[in-house]
Design a protein around this ligand. Structure first.
Ligand code: RIB
Ligand code: CA
Length: 323
């Protein structure tokens, strides 16, 4: 990768929008995607891992290793989003078998080795349940100075999308999210020992980051990868049109990568965020102190808005550039 590219480890649960996030990371010269780890969430760990390998095949990146992480949340039973993504996790296009296998070692051990070996602090991105990231917090405290920051897709200041109160990634494993947010600090403040610099890209941002039929059609003729994305979008956009009556499908996870490529796209505000882990009604809610009524210190930079036009232009440009 180029001298100015940012080294990134991406933990994900592909998933249509995770797949597009991987492809954006692979396509942009400013991102040095060094490792993809997988977690159970959208679908089972077996399928999220197989899908991560498939996506990397689609972008011709056999050099990027994949390591499988946790196959279930910390406390709750696994509840997937197969109703949205299909049992495979990538409903829509034809899915070839992956050309290779994931590494034998579990994700946490591979992440540890990458952090140890890195020539500079690494950026962690998580676009699924935070089960693997909670392991990083608890099992790798000695490597905090090797982590530049953690950017997650998850949560919401306002309404949820999987329950009225909770966004899916946090809802799947609220106990893991609680561990991560308790160990977090606002980027640009404090030191690694004070916590992991955390940016939360939530639904206020990602619900504006949608693509529609026109975008699928524009990608369809750009090559093998573009056609594959178009077929992912045919399913994902169609689902959101039918289920919610929306014009397009929100490409939630790609916003984390776009934020790293161009930090001016997403507007963030430091906030205190706590996780509801007990309420049967509101479990998985990110309780974000938007108006600073608790007096508690901010522990994350929380996304509030996005320059939608520039996001779509960036995403479409990079996806169109894939072979
Ligand atoms: O709520 C949206 C999130 O849940 C996205 O990461 C999507 O892939 C699912 O994991
Ligand atoms: Ca995801």
């Amino acid at each position: 990768m180029t001298a100015m590219s940012r080294p990134v480890l991406l933990d994900c649960d592909p998933g249509h929008d995770d797949a597009i996030a991987i492809m954006l990371a692979a396509a942009d010269p400013g991102i040095d995607l060094r490792l993809v780890t997988t977690v159970a969430g959208n679908v089972t760990l077996e399928n999220t891992t197989r899908n991560a390998l498939r996506v990397l095949d689609m972008v011709d990146r056999p050099d990027i290793p994949v390591a499988a992480g946790c196959d279930r949340p910390r406390v709750r039973a696994l509840s997937t989003a197969a109703s949205m993504h299909g049992d495979s996790g990538l409903a829509g296009p034809e899915l070839a078998e992956p050309s290779r296998s994931a590494l034998d070692a579990p994700a946490i051990e591979v992440i540890e080795q990458f952090l140890i070996d890195a020539d500079e602090p690494l950026t962690l991105v998580a676009t699924g349940a935070l089960t693997n990231m909670a392991d990083v917090v608890e099992r790798l405290p000695h490597l905090r100075d090797r982590i530049d920051q953690l950017v997650i897709m998850g949560g919401a200041v306002d309404l949820g999308n999987w329950t009225p109160a909770a966004e899916f990634n946090i809802w799947v494993d609220p106990h893991a999210a609680d561990v991560v947010f308790r160990a977090a600090r606002v980027p640009g403040t404090g030191r690694p020992d004070d916590g992991i610099a955390l940016t939360m890209i939530g639904l206020e941002v990602t619900h504006r980051a949608w693509l529609a039929d026109e975008h699928a059609d524009a990608l369809r003729g750009t090559g093998r990868a573009g056609r594959w994305v178009a077929e992912l979008l045919d399913h994902f956009v169609g689902f959101h049109q039918d289920r919610f009556g929306w014009e397009g499908g929100p490409i939630h996870d790609a916003v984390t990568i776009a934020h790293l490529i161009d930090p001016t796209l997403v507007t963030t505000l430091p906030m205190n965020v706590r996780i509801e882990t007990e309420s049967p009604l509101c479990i998985g809610r990110t309780v974000a102190d938007r108006w600073q009524v608790t007096g508690l210190p901010a522990n994350a930079a929380v996304g509030l808005d996005i320059d939608r036009d520039r996001f779509v232009t960036l995403l479409m440009d990079r996806l169109s550039s894939l072979a």
